[in-house]
Unconditional design. Structure first.
Length: 318
């Protein structure tokens, strides 16, 4: 998919430009991009940015945003008179939140049902108790008749709680995972989930800023990063949960975590292993595409939908 923003992640890149070409040099490689094709440069991590890149991008009407390595936004540069961020933020605030919250909740529940069914097929075990699947499907069907967002949130929370309890049945009992908990986590699986969701949040936050969306103006979720939480929720089962369940099911050595104190500490090796797995499963192209869909829905009144795991990624706008 082509998106009008360019992400430079990691550390150590040198970014410079001529009036016509943006040059990114890293790891012995040189990548060049037409200045006119980069509408938003996203610098994520620690890099050297030459003033020539700033001047030529801004002169071409592009914006530049800066992030911590984990995707936390820190600031931006944009041309004088550019009001793109304000226009999109106003559209977020003016949107009818119920319709967006409904689509997000429906997609989240569908992705969890799909994940549980695939997990049951993979393990060959009956991980669903009698009547549980019917409860999940009924919750999904009831959503479209709910008129208050608080009611949608209640159903969404119910299904999420059930989902994690079902996942616990395929994991070794000695890992101590029973349900999703708040920080500080006292079991290794919840600690791994937090790392995974943090990585997914960072990637999605970068995509949100790239699309000039305000990460804090959500529809289903509330609080800091609410919009990003909205977008990643349906993607968590495929991009994060499946990898963590596979790792935990295969067995985690007692040497790789310490849960004897007030919180569970993971070894560096376990974190590296988890990070490698998640880097392969977190699909930045799909996250970028989702933000384009949301952006176009808000500004052009296009139909909003979530790209579920089985959906093809459609090209975005230039």
């Amino acid at each position: 998919m082509n998106v009008p923003w360019l992400i430079v992640p990691g550390f150590g890149a040198h970014i410079k430009a001529t009036p016509k070409r943006l040059v990114v040099q890293r790891d012995g490689r040189i990548e060049e991009y037409p200045i006119s094709s980069v509408r938003h440069l996203l610098v994520m991590g620690g890099h050297s940015v030459h003033s020539s890149a700033v001047i030529n991008l801004v002169n071409a009407g592009a914006s530049i945003s800066f992030f911590e390595a984990d995707g936390e936004p820190t600031g931006f540069i944009r041309p004088f008179g550019d009001t793109t961020n304000e226009t999109v933020r106003d559209a977020q605030r003016a949107a009818f939140p119920h319709s967006y919250a409904l689509v997000i909740a429906q997609a989240s529940i569908k992705s969890r049902i799909f994940s549980v069914e695939r997990l049951q097929e993979k393990t060959g075990d009956t991980i669903l108790y009698e009547g549980e699947l019917e409860i999940l499907l009924t919750a999904l069907s009831e959503l479209e008749y709910l008129v208050r967002i608080d009611e949608i949130r209640r159903i969404h929370r119910l299904v999420s709680d059930m989902y994690y309890e079902i996942l616990s049945r395929v994991l070794p009992a000695e890992l101590g995972f029973r349900r999703r908990t708040k920080r500080p986590h006292t079991d290794v699986v919840n600690a791994m989930f937090s790392i995974g969701y943090g990585m997914l949040f960072g990637n999605a936050c970068v995509a949100a800023v790239g699309a000039h969306l305000d990460p804090g103006i959500g529809f289903l979720h509330r609080g800091k990063g609410a919009l990003v939480q909205d977008v990643i929720d349906p993607f968590c089962p495929a991009m994060v949960d499946s990898k963590i369940i596979s790792l935990a099911s295969a067995g985690i050595s007692r040497e790789d975590f310490d849960c004897t104190g007030s919180r569970c500490i993971l070894s560096d090796e376990l974190v590296r292993c988890l990070t490698r797995e998640l880097q392969g499963s977190i699909d930045q192209t799909r996250l970028d595409a989702q933000m384009v869909i949301l952006h176009d829905s808000l500004l052009d009144r296009d139909e909003f939908h979530i790209l579920l795991q089985q959906d093809a990624v459609r090209p975005g706008r230039e």
